[in-house]
Design a protein around this ligand. Structure first.
Ligand code: AMP
Ligand code: GLY
Length: 420
């Protein structure tokens, strides 16, 4: 079959890499892709928010199955339109995507189905929010309701900070559409991510992971899209996993059915775990990046069967074959990221990397110029290994990364420390 993936990051590179291992896959197209993806798939330069361009390309390449990587096209309703045109598509509807695009919506769903999460109050006007905060004690978490490129969550360590966060949100700093604020209790505990597939009704867990969001070693400094990740997450053991499924994920999915917006696609639950009890931090309606890279390294080609069954509503029949393995990914980024950085530097050593089933360098922000790889983004490369233990995977990834000659890049040297 012919498969199309929408997206251009390390997440989409790892999906293409894993899917290609499955004999059902004849041809794989990625739109728009990147220089690394172009080595294993055909890249199509279209705008993935433009449904007429997508539809034209789907027909031109006789695509049988479309997989949507990032949240932006889902929020735009691309999945709804493709499905309406009779194209087998994986990704939730625009309405169901509110689990990521509206914090208020998600909180209301949690209330309705009894899923444990932080206590909260939501506001659509500035003054009541400020008054509410003045009567509370820090720490508090202030959230812009809508998508805010990962910057819409402010952990306020004092009341002043919470008040100024509210002022910023209502002044339009996170986009004019962000006119709702959620103020919630700060939850203590350890964070981990759970990934499940949902076909509207059935839920299939496909892995756990933990990421490192901060730019600096020891989890310090500014927040990023993620500087590295590993799977499995030791804290999400079977007991905690089953509690998360029974108390949070399944009730949420039943509530979505009740509201006539059944969820179909990948669901990524950010959980806070304390004393073996998980609470929901947030949902994302897609794979995480770089979490997807470690999941694909472990799952390989079987992911295609699971994704197809999800899209066809037949998840009931699917079983994941688990190996007792561990995977880790280390992100190499442009110096300056997540602040400003230069583009265009040459990355050396990529041709000398090992080639085997336990290692892959997934590209995020690369381009080819004059036959050489150059950096054209903040997060640029994801070095990903697999081994019997996390410590072996970690040792091997840091050994391999030394092959790279890119003075304008940097990476964290301590990915995985929490689990080790
Ligand atoms: P984001 O992924 O941008 O939505 O950021 C959310 C991050 O903020 C989470 O990964 C947590 O680390 C943190 N966070 C959000 N809500 C809470 C909360 N209620 N208590 C503690 N930490 C939170
Ligand atoms: N790595 C976090 C995310 O994809 O949202």
């Amino acid at each position: 079959m012919n498969i199309m993936i929408l997206g251009s990051g390390g997440r989409e590179h790892s999906l293409a890499w894993a899917i290609k291992k499955n004999p059902k896959c004849d041809n794989i197209f990625v739109a728009p892709g990147n220089a690394g993806i172009a080595q294993i798939a055909k890249c199509i330069n279209i705008n993935i928010l433009n449904t007429s361009q997508i539809l034209k390309s789907v027909r031109e390449h006789s695509i049988d199955f479309v997989l949507i990587g990032p949240e932006a096209p889902l929020a735009e309703g691309v999945s709804d339109i493709l499905k309406r045109e009779g194209i087998l598509t994986l990704g939730p509807s625009r309405a169901a995507s509110q689990l990521e695009t509206s914090k208020k919506f998600t909180k209301e769903i949690c209330d309705a189905c009894g899923a444990p999460t932080a206590k909260y109050k939501s506001f659509d006007a500035r003054e009541p929010a400020l008054n509410y905060i003045r009567n509370k004690r820090a720490p508090l978490v202030v959230k812009a309701d809508g998508l805010a490129a990962g910057k819409g969550v402010i952990i306020a360590t004092d009341i002043e900070m919470a008040l100024s966060a509210v002022n910023e949100i209502f002044s339009g700093s996170f986009g004019d559409d962000n006119t709702n604020v959620v103020v919630e209790e700060f939850m203590e505990g350890e964070e981990a991510s759970l990934f499940v597939l949902v076909d509207g009704e059935n839920v299939l867990p496909i892995g756990t992971a933990q990421d490192h969001k901060r730019v600096g070693e020891g989890d310090t400094g500014l927040n990023t899209g993620g500087m590295g990740a590993y799977s499995p997450a030791p804290i999400l053991d079977e007991l905690v996993l089953n509690k998360a499924l029974d108390r949070i994920i399944r009730p949420t999915m039943r509530e979505m059915v009740k509201r006539e917006m059944p969820y179909q696609g990948i669901l990524y639950a950010g959980l806070m775990i304390k004393d073996s009890d998980p609470r929901l931090v947030e949902y994302n309606v897609r794979f995480g990046d770089p979490e997807c890279q470690v999941l694909m390294m472990r799952l390989g080609g079987q992911i295609l069967d699971a994704l197809l069954s999800t899209a066809e509503g037949k998840l009931n029949d699917v079983k994941i074959n688990w190996a007792k393995d561990h995977s880790i990914t280390v992100v190499m980024a442009s110096k300056g990221y997540p602040g400003s950085y230069n583009k265009g530097s040459v990355i050396g050593g990529l041709d000398e990397l090992p080639s085997n089933s336990d290692f892959m360098c997934f590209h995020a922000g690369t381009e080819i110029q004059d036959g050489r790889f150059i950096a054209n983004g903040g997060r640029v490369l994801n070095f990903t290994t697999r081994a019997d233990t996390l410590i072996e995977a970690q040792k091997s990834v840091y050994q391999i990364i030394k092959t790279i000659d890119w003075p304008q890049g940097f990476y964290r040297k301590d990915i995985g420390w929490r689990a080790l």
